[in-house]
Design a protein around this ligand. Structure first.
Ligand code: S3P
Length: 453
C-alpha cells in the first residue's frame, strides 16, 4: 500500500456572491473544450514531430497534463494565449519522470495518462488533490493490468498510484460503466500494444479520442451497434504524425451562459465556437424538451469537430422526465440542468446517472444540497434526483452552497443566483479555474452581478 501525499496548506477559501439581475445580454466565446484540450496535448506529446495547438483551454486541469507530458520528455512551450507548441517524443517514447506527476483535480488527466504512460517502458507516480485522491481508478487500472501494465495504488484503488508500463498486449474489453475516460485510456495504451485493442461500449460516450487520433493520422475502427454503444478498435504500433490542431469550444462550459439566459427575466445570450458533436449536446436537447428557446447556427470547424453558435432567450420552462439515454451526452451538465429544473414549472426527474456519485464530488448529493439550501424541493435517488420546479413562484435563493471541490457545482450555484429572489453564496470558488478560468469575466460580460470575498 502507498502512503498518501501530504495535504497542501490551504489559505482561507475565497467565496463568491451572485446577486439577482433583471436582464442578461451579450455574447461570449466558449473556452477551449477540456476533453479535447487534454487529448490534443497528450497526442501531440507522443507524436513524431512538432505540433501546434491553438484554442487550448488553459485551465488548471489541462496545465497539469501539459506539465506531466513535459516531465515525461515532450517539449512543451506556450507561444501565446491558448497557443502551444509541443515537440512529440515520437518513436523514442517517454522517459521516466524525475518527480511525481500531479494531476490536481482532474480525473480525465490522470486516467487518460495512465493509459498513455502504460504503453511506455517507464515508471511514474500519479498524485492528485483531495477530490481526485478519493475517486476510483480501478475502472482504468483493471483493463490496463490485463494489457500488461503494473499498477500499485493506495487503499481502495485510489491515488497515489505507481504505474509501470511497456510490453503490452491488445485486449478486447467491455467496460461495465459508460465512460469515455475508460475507453480512452485503453485506446491510448492500445497504440503501443501488440495486436488490435477493442473496446465495446455499453452506451455511446464522447468520441473525441477517436476523432483526434484520426486527425493525428491513426486508423481507428468504429462499428455502430443496434444494441449497446459502438465497438471501437485501434491497431498497435501506429505512429502519430504531428499536426496543427485547433480545439473547439466546450459545450459543458457554454451551458452556464446558455442556462443563465434561459432563466433570465429579460434579454438573451449567445455562445460562439461551441463544439457540435452528438456525444456532447444532450444538454441542448434536454433544455429544448423543457421548452427552452435555443437556436443553433453553423460557426466553423476545429480539429475533428464542427462548431456552432448557440443563441438562448428567456424561456418558460416545464419539468420533464429526462430520457436516461441522454445522460452520457450531458453527464457534466447535470448540475446546471438541475438549476433549469429548479426554475421550471413541475417536476423534473433524472435517473440513470449513478456516475455522478464519482465525479469531482458526489454530484447527486451536491446538487440536492445546492437546491435545498436555496428553497427548492428536491429528492435524492440512488442514480439521480427529482426536482419540484418553482415555476412562477420563483427560486427564493438566500443560501450558501458548499462547492465540495467541484467547479461545476460552484458555477451552477452562481448562475442560479442571477435569477433567484435573493443572493446565492458559494463557499469556495478556487476550483472554477480548473475548467473555466474566464468564468467570472464571462459572467460580467453577460450582465451577471457576481462579487468575490
Ligand atoms: C471526460 C469524460 C467524462 C466526463 C469528464 C471528461 C473525458 O467522464 O465526466 O469530465 O474527457 O473523457 P467519464 O467518461 O468517466 O464519464
Amino acid at each position: 500500500m502507498l502512503s498518501t501525499s501530504p495535504k497542501k496548506a490551504h489559505l482561507k477559501p475565497m467565496r463568491a456572491i451572485s446577486r439577482p439581475v433583471s436582464q442578461i445580454a451579450g455574447s461570449v466565446r466558449a473556452p477551449g473544450d477540456k476533453s479535447c484540450s487534454h487529448r490534443a496535448v497528450m497526442m501531440a506529446a507522443v507524436a513524431q514531430g512538432e505540433s501546434t495547438v491553438t484554442g487550448l483551454l488553459e485551465g488548471e486541469d489541462v496545465l497539469n497534463t501539459a506539465k506531466a507530458v513535459k516531465a515525461l520528455g515532450a517539449g512543451v512551450e506556450r507561444t501565446g494565449p491558448g497557443a502551444w507548441t509541443i515537440e512529440g517524443v515520437g518513436a523514442k517514447g517517454f522517459s521516466t519522470p524525475a518527480a511525481d506527476l500531479d494531476f490536481g483535480n482532474s480525473g480525465t488527466g490522470a486516467r487518460l495518462m495512465m493509459g498513455l504512460v502504460g504503453g511506455h517502458d517507464v515508471t511514474a507516480r500519479f498524485v492528485g488533490d483531495a477530490s481526485l485522491s478519493s475517486r476510483p481508478m480501478e475502472r482504468v487500472l483493471k483493463p490496463l493490468r490485463e494489457m500488461g501494465v503494473t499498477a500499485e495504488t493506495a487503499t481502495g484503488g485510489r491515488l497515489p498510484a505507481v504505474i509501470r508500463g511497456g510490453n503490452l498486449k491488445a485486449i478486447r474489453y467491455a467496460p461495465p460503466e459508460a465512460s469515455a475516460q475508460v475507453k480512452s485510456a485503453i485506446m491510448l495504451a492500445g497504440l503501443r500494444a501488440d495486436g488490435v485493442t477493442i473496446v465495446e461500449e455499453k452506451e455511446a460516450t464522447r468520441d473525441h479520442t477517436e476523432r483526434m487520433l484520426r486527425a493525428f493520422g491513426v486508423e481507428v475502427g468504429v462499428e455502430e451497434r443496434v444494441h449497446g454503444g459502438p465497438v471501437v478498435s485501434v491497431r498497435g504500433g501506429q505512429m502519430l504524425k504531428a499536426l496543427k490542431a485547433e480545439v473547439a469550444g466546450d459545450p459543458s462550459s457554454a451551458a452556464f451562459a446558455l442556462a443563465m439566459a434561459l432563466i433570465a427575466g429579460e434579454g438573451g445570450a449567445s455562445v460562439t465556437g461551441m463544439l457540435d458533436n452528438r456525444t456532447r449536446t444532450g444538454f441542448i436537447d434536454a433544455a429544448k424538451a423543457m421548452g427552452a428557446d435555443l437556436r443553433t447556427e453553423e460557426d466553423g470547424q476545429a480539429t475533428g469537430e464542427d462548431t456552432v453558435r448557440v443563441i438562448a432567450a428567456p424561456s418558460r420552462l416545464r419539468g420533464v422526465s429526462l430520457d436516461p439515454a441522454l445522460v452520457p451526452s450531458m453527464i457534466d451538465e447535470l448540475p446546471i440542468f438541475a438549476v433549469l429544473a429548479a426554475f421550471a414549472d413541475g417536476k423534473t426527474t433524472v435517473t440513470g446517472a449513478a456516475e455522478l456519485r464519482v465525479k469531482e464530488s458526489d454530484r447527486i448529493k451536491a446538487i440536492c444540497a445546492m437546491l435545498a439550501v436555496n428553497g427548492v424541493e428536491v429528492e435524492e435517488l440512488p442514480d439521480g434526483f427529482i426536482v419540484t420546479g418553482r415555476g412562477p413562484r420563483g427560486v427564493s435563493g438566500g443560501g450558501t452552497v458548499e462547492a465540495r471541490h467541484d467547479h461545476r457545482i460552484a458555477m451552477s450555484a452562481l448562475v442560479m443566483g442571477s435569477a433567484a429572489k435573493d443572493l446565492v453564496t458559494v463557499d469556495d470558488i478556487a476550483m472554477i479555474a480548473t475548467s473555466y478560468p474566464e468564468f467570472f469575466g464571462h459572467m460580467a460580460t453577460l450582465g451577471a452581478d457576481v462579487v468575490t470575498a
